[in-house]
Design a protein around this ligand. Structure first.
Ligand SMILES: C[S@@+](CC[C@H](N)C(=O)[O-])C[C@H]1O[C@@H](n2cnc3c(N)ncnc32)[C@H](O)[C@@H]1O
Length: 114
């Protein structure tokens, strides 16, 4: 393998960091992420405010959030209604065989930014 190929493969390196919704957010770059991916993380209503705060902190206007989830209970839909206060949310896909939804969200452009 040539050196260029090695460099392309080896950089940039992924960094893994533990995150609890709403805690120590100052250790994560505000708006510093291109993508936020979440699989089956919307199900505990008591965590919804912290989860929303975390997404708000991590995302810039350009960050794309992709969330896959089952909407098992009405309360799970409540999270997406909460999200719509800050983000434009769009359902990209529903897989009926697995009862899984995939949502895309991006920060709403605030009127003050227009
Ligand atoms: C049902 S599991 C899904 C795990 C994995 N994404 C998957 O699809 O197999 C829910 C995950 O949400 C995350 N989670 C739940 N509450 C959390 C919280 N308060 N802070 C951080 N992560 C949390 C944990 O990583 C937990 O494993």
């Amino acid at each position: 393998m040539c050196e260029l190929t090695c460099r392309l493969i080896s950089k940039p390196r992924a960094v893994v960091q533990e995150l609890t919704w709403g805690q120590d957010l100052g250790t994560f770059s505000p708006g510093g992420y291109d993508f936020v991916l979440g699989a089956d993380i919307v199900y505990l209503e008591e965590t919804f405010p912290d989860l929303l705060q975390t997404l708000d902190h991590l995302c810039s206007d350009w960050t794309v959030i992709l969330l896959s989830c089952r909407l098992r209970y009405e309360r799970d839909r409540k999270f997406f209604r909460m999200m719509e206060g800050l983000f434009s949310v769009q359902e990209l896909l529903y897989d009926p065989d697995n009862d899984v939804h995939i949502f895309k969200a991006q920060k709403k452009v605030q009127e003050r930014d227009l």
